[in-house]
Ligand binder design. Structure first.
Ligand code: PEP
Ligand code: MG
Length: 293
């Protein structure tokens, strides 16, 4: 039997932690939050900003982005809100990004695309720096592969913060973390000292581990079979993050599957971010395991 790490409730049948387990929401659409009570979650663990905007022009609209972030902060009522930078390209073609590539899932997407279009990145950084002055914001970088991408992005945030502060605009520097969804990043996690926190993206991680596209029904079965490989990699990654003293959570769909909750907890996961529609099933699994809330 597995050795139970410190902090676990040994009387619980599944060995679940006695407390300190956080459930946050993944949000892709502003209309979603109006139907939700913020009190039902511990905050937003993933705001997919590429789906908040309706046109390519919005990608250049700092004011519109700022207003959207403010609206979400207001809804969250002091709970933390993790906002992911535009994850464009691949399966998320707002503005036409990715569509012209032969292999968009393996192309210029996520943070690679943003760093290649720094004007767009700087606009989003300014909107986020301003919103961070008004609430608890964390910034999440999509599709990070190498540590330099985090360092370069952080430098851009620092430059924009300095120039806004120079103009006496109220700002705050948010924590900057990264998605762990590219295998090279998961394997080399200890190299990412520049990231303040980690969030495992099991949807893309499964896709890149199995070489099976997440949107291709022909290979959906392979993608499903990725769970054991994912769980092993997650356990290794969580252990490294703990050694580094950095927070790590999961925001991919695996986190909202009650079947795997006890495995994730046994790996040391203490924070999951799930689709709001998965909350009832996850809460039921938590209760059955004697770990309420
Ligand atoms: C993921 O890849 O697991 C993830 C949470 O992000 P997205 O589904 O938006 O790619
Ligand atoms: Mg992803």
């Amino acid at each position: 039997a597995a050795v139970m790490p410190a902090g676990f409730d040994r009387s619980s049948p599944l060995g679940l932690p006695a407390g300190g387990f956080e459930v946050l929401f993944n949000i892709s659409d502003i209309s979603e939050i109006h139907a939700l009570d913020a009190g039902a979650c511990d905050g937003i663990g993933l705001l997919r900003t590429e789906f908040l905007l309706s046109s390519a022009a919005d990608l250049a609209n700092e004011e519109k982005q700022f207003q959207l972030y403010c609206e979400i902060l207001k809804w969250a009522g002091g709970r933390p809100v993790t906002i992911r930078l535009f994850d464009l390209g691949g399966d998320k073609p707002l503005g036409g990004f990715g569509l012209e590539e032969r292999n968009p899932f393996l192309g210029l997407r996520g943070i690679r695309l943003l760093l290649s279009m720094p004007t767009m990145l700087r606009i989003q950084a300014r909107a986020l720096l301003r919103a961070a002055a008004l609430g608890s914001i964390k910034v999440l970088l999509p599709m990070v592969t190498f540590p330099g991408e985090v360092t370069d992005t952080r430098r851009i945030f620092e430059e924009e913060a300095a120039s806004l502060a120079h103009r006496h605009v109220a700002i705050s520097m948010p924590a900057i973390g990264m998605m762990v969804e590219v295998p090279a990043a998961a394997i080399m996690l200890d190299m990412f000292e520049d990231a303040d926190f980690f969030s495992l993206g099991t949807n893309d991680l499964a896709q890149y581990l199995t070489a099976a596209a997440r949107d291709n029904p022909t290979v959906a079965d392979l993608y499903q079979q990725a769970v054991p490989a994912l769980l092993r990699l997650i356990a290794q990654t969580v252990a490294v993050a703990h050694d580094m003293g950095k927070p790590i959570g999961i925001c991919g769909d695996l986190a909202g599957d009650p079947e795997h909750l006890s495995s994730l907890i046994a790996s040391g996961i203490r924070q999951i971010s799930i689709a709001p529609s998965q909350l009832a099933a996850v809460k039921t699994a938590q209760m059955q395991a004697g770990m309420d809330g």
